[in-house]
Design a binder for this molecule. Structure first.
Ligand code: ADP
Ligand code: MG
Length: 344
């Protein structure tokens, strides 16, 4: 059986009249990384601060590594929870060397035992122990912050949008390296982010948070392919949402009759198609007119209009070269579509 390293049960927290967390249930198993994904202001930081002990919950309970740290039995203070936090800006001690920053939470025996060098190697900073924080780039400072969090082998590491201040290329590298370091050290972690790419690429499970509530929790591929609501569909990626009618387990859509992902009752629905499910060809399928094309290097997004005026966005690789506005193409759909009850 997998061991639960974090459990939240019915956690609520309000600031005066503002309900920041409206009944949160979450589990994280040992060694997993849970991403909590949601827009700005949805309660992500509040959730982390409640787990770390910087905020008191109003109701519900929190257990870390099998021990109740918040709930009916009271409030365990932050320094006694053994939960490590990696803040957005790293927050290193500017007057301490990298090694002293990393060793800050360790006793003398642990410092001598090579743990500092071990975690610096894990984050790719072997040999940087003697540097001062101001001698490091922003990305390197975040690596030190992660090493410092891992050093005392806490049961749980919390990361609050740790890469958001970095540029895109650095962010991608750091995501992969930090995920690898957490895994190599056997750490259990919760990462909060508003960046869907970060959540989908790093996490074992993604919990989507909207206005203090978890609207869906599942594996990254499940949340992307089978979002619980149209709002989740839009939040975790580009979405084409079309009006349709379900008739005998098939969706009748402006792009023809399409197979459904999962059962849906007969009647009016909204179907979700991901832009990469749309295939463009000179002929075949539904006739569409190119409105515009945005080139993104690795792919292109092509906006199309069907004869009935419906607008669609297709994601295509550079197979047939650029498509000029006004060109006519045939559109087909690959794979099943998800249906939601009710109109768009
Ligand atoms: P996120 O991290 O997802 O952007 P937060 O957890 O910071 O969201 O905030 C959730 C909600 O709680 C927001 O409406 C925010 O304005 C409010 N809030 C956060 N911290 C405080 C505070 N200390 N006092 C009052 N309201 C707060
Ligand atoms: Mg925040």
């Amino acid at each position: 059986m997998t061991e639960r390293m974090l459990a939240l049960t019915g956690v609520t927290k309000a600031y005066g009249q503002v309900p920041a967390l409206a009944g949160i249930d979450l589990d994280v198993s040992r060694g997993d990384l849970l991403a909590v994904l949601g827009p700005s202001g949805c309660g992500k930081t509040t959730l982390l601060r409640c787990v770390a002990g910087f905020e008191r919950v109003d109701s519900g309970r929190i257990d870390v590594a099998g021990r109740q740290v918040a709930g009916a039995r009271g409030h365990v203070p932050p320094h006694r929870r053994r939960v490590a936090v990696v803040p957005q800006d790293g927050a290193l001690f500017p007057h301490l060397s990298v090694a002293d920053n990393v060793g800050y939470g360790l006793d003398r025996a642990e410092r001598r035992g090579g743990r500092i060098e071990e975690v610096l190697t894990l984050v790719g900073l072997d040999g940087y122990g003697g540097r001062m924080p101001h001698q490091l780039s922003g990305g390197q400072q975040q690596r030190v912050a992660v090493a410092r969090a891992l050093a005392p082998r806490p049961p749980l590491v919390l990361l609050d949008e740790p890469f958001s201040a970095l540029d895109a290329q650095l962010r991608g590298e750091l995501r992969a390296d930090v995920r690898q370091a957490l895994r190599a050290d056997g750490a259990t972690a919760v990462l909060v982010t508003h960046d869907q790419g970060e959540a989908l690429s790093m996490a074992d499970a993604v919990a989507v948070l909207d206005a203090g509530r978890i609207v869906q929790c599942g594996a990254p591929a499940e949340v992307y392919r089978d979002p619980a609501t149209p709002w989740v569909a839009r939040f975790v990626g580009d979405a084409v949402l079309l009006p349709a009618t379900v008739d005998a387990d098939v969706a009748v859509t402006p792009l023809g009759r399409l197979p459904l992902r999962g059962p849906a009752a007969d009647g009016p629905v909204t179907v979700l198609i991901r832009p990469e499910q749309l295939r463009l060809a000179p002929t075949g399928g539904s006739v569409a007119t190119v409105v515009r094309q945005a080139f993104h290097g690795h792919d292109a997004l092509t906006t199309l209009r069907l004869a009935d005026g419906t607008l669609l966005t297709a994601r295509t690789l550079d197979e047939g070269g650029a498509l000029p506005a006004g060109a006519q193409v045939g559109v087909t759909v690959r794979g099943p579509v998800r249906a939601y009850a009710g109109p768009v």
